[in-house]
Write a protein that binds this ligand. Structure first.
Ligand SMILES: [Zn+2]
Length: 524
């Protein structure tokens, strides 16, 4: 049975490069009806943090990449590594090294000065029993086979489809057990992968230099090596390895920025693998089609625009109710995050209802992230007064210009002293119109109500010989304080009669106040 694993160290948040590796391992195993396992490599006690471990596990769950067996922790397996270390020592395949850090440093600098590759000298390789003193601090080194001169270790890389061959003269007697009894990375990985029965290891090509050492250990321990597949890195748009300099790299950050897991895994799978020209792939489709043959040999370049495009696609597939639940989930996540100090509408939990559904359905086709949906609903979530930005006043002048261009204002010439007066006159008419709609007593469903508002608006505008397109921006600003919002019928429906009227009233006050102030300035 095919068995794969993802083995991150909890020394940072789950990186999207790591998430892609996990995804490849997951879908590869599932393609063959096999199993996928998560292993936490937490032997670096100083740098490993519980918070990172939780983040990794939560992020994997969020992406839908769930371990088929209980999560394995290396820190709970130290006795197992010790046992295998003893086995290698007993069989003469490893040895104790008593060299101090200072003497090793000295040897290293000497080799560098001579222009040679820094490698362990082998000083302790052949110590006699009398020369050993286990009470002294010591590490355990692997005794790389140097018999017969030019020995090679080979392994096959499934992605590059070629054998990699490394001369043993390139591999020094590497440490497998540290002074404190903690195994080194390569040693613990080999024992775990072998005992877990891992058949295929798909990982970043930054591990290529570890693989020959691991193959040597498999052989020394009497285990069958698994198949290896080394995937090219993800690069930023400047051709350098993707890092924080390029923007968000943590899966959690993408979640908090309003991305859907479907979009992220779809994006990641295409960043290094292809199935013809298919851009949109569900997890099930990935499992069905995945193969190592179509993994790219060159590095993938991260492209946020494409990720946003996919996210917009998956947002459109969700119902308004699902989107509310997803948006609230981000919010709860942020509240739990002590570093978060947003106190405004951003933190509000959205109560799902018909008003919200109408707004979200209006926003859904033109938003790219969940956060964007919530931001565009700010006018609705804000239950108090809106503070209007003074920059919006320039819209009032445009209003006047548009109207005179259109000549439609002649019918009301007695009301137009200034653009502000025209705006106030119009808004008062709008207030009367909204009152007459009697939204509270309508017995219509959402769609019916929207239709009623639209038809009533059409009547109101044609009766007054106005055109909606000239006034839509003004109504939008009055009701939302923004130049971009869902359609004004949806906005009125969502706000309801009382809030709609009070906002128009507030905006009239705002226009009046600012107009007076401008006049008084002109006089003095
Ligand atoms: Zn030594």
């Amino acid at each position: 049975m095919v068995k794969t694993r993802f083995a991150p160290s909890p020394t940072g948040y789950l990186h999207i490069g790591g998430a892609r590796t996990a995804l490849f391992n997951y879908i590869y195993a599932k393609h063959f009806g096999g199993r996928f396992i998560l292993r936490i490599e937490d032997t670096d006690l100083e740098r490993s943090l519980k918070a990172y471990e939780e983040d990794i596990i939560k992020s994997m769950q969020w992406l839908g990449l769930v371990s088929d067996e209980p999560v394995l922790y290396q820190s709970q397996r130290l006795d197992i590594y010790k046992e295998y270390c003893k086995k290698l020592l007993d069989e003469g395949k490893a040895y104790n090294c008593y060299c101090t850090a200072e003497s090793l440093e000295e040897d290293k600098n000497k080799l560098i000065a001579e222009g040679k590759k820094p490698m362990y000298s082998g000083k302790c390789r052949n110590l006699s029993d009398e020369e050993q003193n286990l009470n002294l601090p010591h590490v355990v080194r692997f005794k790389t086979d140097r018999s017969g001169g030019g020995k090679f270790t080979k392994f096959k890389d499934l992605i590059r489809d070629q054998s990699v061959s490394v001369n043993h003269s390139e591999i020094d007697d590497f440490v497998i057990m540290r002074t404190d009894g903690i195994p080194t990375y390569n040693f613990a990985v080999v024992i775990d992968d072998a005992l877990m029965g891992i058949t295929h290891i798909i990982r970043g090509d930054d591990h290529l230099s570890n693989t020959p050492k691991q193959v040597l250990l498999y052989e020394a321990l009497g285990f069958e090596p698994p198949a290896f597949a080394h995937v090219s890195m993800i690069l930023g748009n400047d051709g350098k390895r993707l890092s924080k300099r390029h923007g968000a790299t943590a899966v959690t950050q993408y979640k908090n920025d309003g991305f859907l897991p479907e979009a992220l895994i779809n994006y990641l799978v295409r960043l290094g693998w292809s199935h013809g020209n298919d851009e949109i792939l569900s997890l099930d489709e990935m499992i069905q089609y995945f193969d190592l043959k179509h993994i790219s040999k060159s590095a993938g370049v991260f492209n946020k625009e494409k990720l946003l495009w996919l996210n917009a696609h998956y947002i459109k597939q969700k119902t308004a109710e699902e989107l509310v639940s997803l948006i609230n989930d981000i919010n709860i996540n942020n509240i739990n995050n002590e570093n978060n100090n947003n106190n405004g509408e951003k933190d509000k939990i959205i109560q799902y209802g018909e008003n919200v559904a109408v707004l979200i359905d209006a926003l859904k086709p033109r938003t790219k992230t969940l956060v964007e949906i919530k931001e565009k609903m700010g006018f609705y979530l804000n239950e108090g007064n809106i503070s209007y930005d003074k920059n919006l006043l320039s819209e009032i002048d445009k209003f006047k210009l548009n109207e005179s261009d259109n000549n439609e204002y002649d019918a009301h010439s007695e009301h137009k002293e200034s653009a502000a007066d025209e705006v106030i006159y119009f808004l008062n008419q709008l207030m009367d119109f909204v009152k007459n709609l009697q939204l509270n007593s309508l017995n219509l469903n959402g769609a019916g109500c929207l239709n009623f508002i639209k038809e009533s608006f059409d009547d109101f505008f044609s009766k007054n010989k106005w055109t909606l397109k000239h006034k839509a921006m003004l109504i939008r600003i009055a009701l939302t304080g923004e130049k971009i919002s869902p359609g004004i019928y949806e906005v009125i429906f969502a706000l309801g009669e009382a809030r709609t009227l009070s906002r128009i009233n507030d905006f009239i006050e705002f226009v009046r106040e600012n107009n007076d102030r401008d006049c008084s300035k002109a006089i003095t």
